[in-house]
Design a protein around this ligand. Structure first.
Ligand code: SAH
Length: 294
């Protein structure tokens, strides 16, 4: 098994196709340097962690070429996608591997998009489904707080993919809440989940999807052992900190142009410890109007 450094772990498309791997190998020093110029980011690939590469990906024609390459590279099943994430050290836990195998990503991405390519995909309403490596990273970071019976909150639940994963991990005795402010996305996330292995949990009510402003959290089912935020907050939202259980953990991208994935641990005395996991690029956690007009 190949286990790359944590810097390598951040790369969005590094293992999709061998020519791309070669390119990454030859530009490795640039990648370690990780320049943070905003002009290098693409809004349509907005949580790739690889700015140099994003520049390449902004070209549609290159993207379609890459789609074919991904297909030909054999990244055509959910299982292979998970194996690649394991091979490159993004997934280190069996439990995370199992849940990502069980919840098929293809059920959550729009038709005619490469479901298993390690890229975010447009889902409409100026939103994206995060790249598989970001989903895997967040599941890894939250794994300990997603034990059977625990409570989780997914803010900016989008397609419902991560909420479904959380629900599988906390099981029927736990609670998995998704909050999303675009009603159409909530409706389609429910359709997606109904086709997935998490459908029974949705039916029985341990998994539920809600329309709401995620900046306010979902107080009804708080406090939470795990909170995931799938959109970048300009600053740490107090309501979400308040809804975190002592001993709980929140994973949240914070920032505007420059964003860091923050890991927030609430200590038993109610104080919080915060560390930065990596630089990221997410859509903003904002008002519905601002998102639709952006
Ligand atoms: N994690 C999800 C979606 C990520 S995109 C997935 O992978 O499918 C971020 C999502 O946050 C979008 O769906 C966007 O509509 C939502 N969002 C942004 N601001 C929000 C807010 N204030 N309240 C709730 N959802 C919000």
């Amino acid at each position: 098994m190949m286990n790359l450094s944590s810097t390598m772990k951040a790369y969005g498309c590094r293992y999709c196709v061998s020519p791309l791997k070669q390119l990454l190998h030859t530009t490795n020093h640039h990648l370690r340097f990780r320049p943070r110029s905003p002009s290098l980011f693409s809004s349509s690939f907005n949580n790739l962690k690889l700015p140099n590469f994003n520049l390449l990906l902004t070209s549609n024609s290159l993207f379609f070429t890459m789609e074919h390459l991904w297909d030909r590279s054999g990244m055509n099943t959910n299982k292979k996608m998970v194996e690649h994430l394991q091979q490159y050290g993004v997934i280190s836990s069996e439990k995370v591997a199992r849940v990502m195998e069980t919840i098929d990503r293809a059920l959550f991405v729009p038709d005619r998009t490469p479901a298993y390519a390690d890229c975010p995909q447009e889902i409409g309403y100026n939103a994206t489904i995060s790249a598989p490596h970001m989903h895997a990273t967040c599941l890894q970071l939250l794994e300990e707080k997603l034990q059977p019976g625990m409570h989780s909150l997914d803010v900016g639940s989008g397609t419902g993919y991560l909420t479904a994963c959380f629900a599988m991990m906390v099981g029927p005795q736990g609670r998995a809440i998704g909050v999303e402010h675009i009603p159409e996305l909530v409706a389609s996330s429910i359709n997606n989940i109904e086709k997935s292995a998490a459908a029974p949990l949705l039916k029985k009510g341990s998994l539920s999807m809600h329309v709401g402003d995620g900046r306010e959290g979902w107080p009804e089912c708080s406090p939470y052992d795990a909170i995931h935020v799938g959109a970048a907050a300009p600053e740490m939202p107090q309501a979400l900190l308040d809804q975190l259980k002592p001993g709980g953990r929140m994973v949240i991208p914070v920032g505007n142009i420059f964003q860091d994935l923050k890991v927030v641990d609430k200590n038993p005395d109610g104080s919080v410890s915060i560390r930065s996991e990596s630089s990221v690029r997410y859509v903003p956690l904002t008002s519905r109007d601002a998102q639709l007009q952006s």
